[in-house]
Design a protein around this ligand. Structure first.
Ligand code: ADP
Length: 267
């Protein structure tokens, strides 16, 4: 049985359908990456997975139960969303922000106990933001802020992490740091990772399987080798993308080829 079962899901904004009859299963412990051109519906699908977007058709089952059957706190204990945009004006410190991840676990009085504080500390250590504990979010770099939001999600202790382009606007070293963090979470804490990414090479390096979306529909689901072919990508993205094998990883490597570059190579 799959951990997440997306069955014929359709989603709309107003009367415009942006996800059309999408079906895909995600397995326990997978590193699953959703790719596709701008406007394909990746963020909308991820929001629907986290229960933030009402379905107009189909069903999303987690542990074989429709997410609409989950109480709000129960769903938050099951899956955590790391959104694309984090408001830098968020008027809380790093420690306070991370501790908010405990909210779905608190009782009626909503007072954090010693265990909650310990978990927040552990999450900050894991994402290496513990030295920033007393700083406000607005006083951090983009990469640091991203790690704080991931720490909050870890503190939530959900076994499913949904991430919307967590490496966007980060330099290569920080991109790798976030991706390695995800891989460690998957291996050490058995967390299932579902990530939207624009970076086809990062997706190729880390994903077990990929979902390629276009215009709200499934173009292809499969391993990086199955999905990331030059023919498939060039057709889906509408530009020439060359795919060869990364000699270090043995996984696909995607290069953008401009018409000018083709002329230069042929010279
Ligand atoms: P992606 O993440 O693949 O770039 P999105 O899920 O953000 O795509 O958007 C899918 C489609 O839905 C796009 O055509 C986008 O313009 C539209 N869309 C996204 N958010 C909204 C919104 N809040 N209201 C209306 N349309 C939206």
């Amino acid at each position: 049985m799959s951990l997440i079962d997306i069955r014929g899901v359709s989603l709309q904004y107003g009367d415009r359908q942006v996800i059309k009859q999408v079906s895909v299963q995600i397995e326990q412990g997978e590193f699953f990456v959703i790719i596709g051109p701008n406007g394909a519906g990746k963020t909308t699908l991820l929001k629907a997975l986290s229960g933030l977007h009402a379905l107009v058709g189909g069903d999303i089952l987690v542990h074989q139960r429709p997410i609409t059957d989950y109480a709000k706190k129960e769903l938050a204990r099951t899956l955590a969303l790391v959104p694309q945009q984090i408001n830098a004006d968020f008027p809380f410190t790093v420690a306070e922000t991370v501790l908010m991840g405990r909210y779905p676990h608190l009782g009626l009085l909503a007072v954090e106990g010693k265990k909650d504080l310990e978990m927040a500390e552990q999450a900050m250590e894991f994402t290496e933001v513990d030295h920033l504990a007393d700083r406000r979010l607005g006083q951090l770099s983009g990469g640091e802020r991203q790690r704080v939001i991931i720490a909050r999600a870890i503190c939530q202790q959900s076994k499913i992490l949904l991430l919307d382009e967590p490496t966007a606007s980060l330099d290569p070293a920080h991109q790798l740091r976030i991706m390695d963090l995800m891989e460690r979470l998957r291996c050490e804490a058995k967390v299932t990772i579902v990530m939207v990414s624009h970076d086809l090479n990062l997706a190729a390096s880390y994903a077990d399987r990929l979902l390629l979306l276009k215009d709200g529909e499934v173009e292809k689901v499969g391993t990086p080798q199955q999905v990331l072919t030059s023919e498939q990508l060039s057709q889906s993205y509408g530009c020439t993308l060359l795919v060869d094998e990364n000699p270090l990883l043995g996984r696909p490597r995607v290069s953008l080829v401009s018409a000018g570059a083709a002329v230069t190579t042929n010279r």
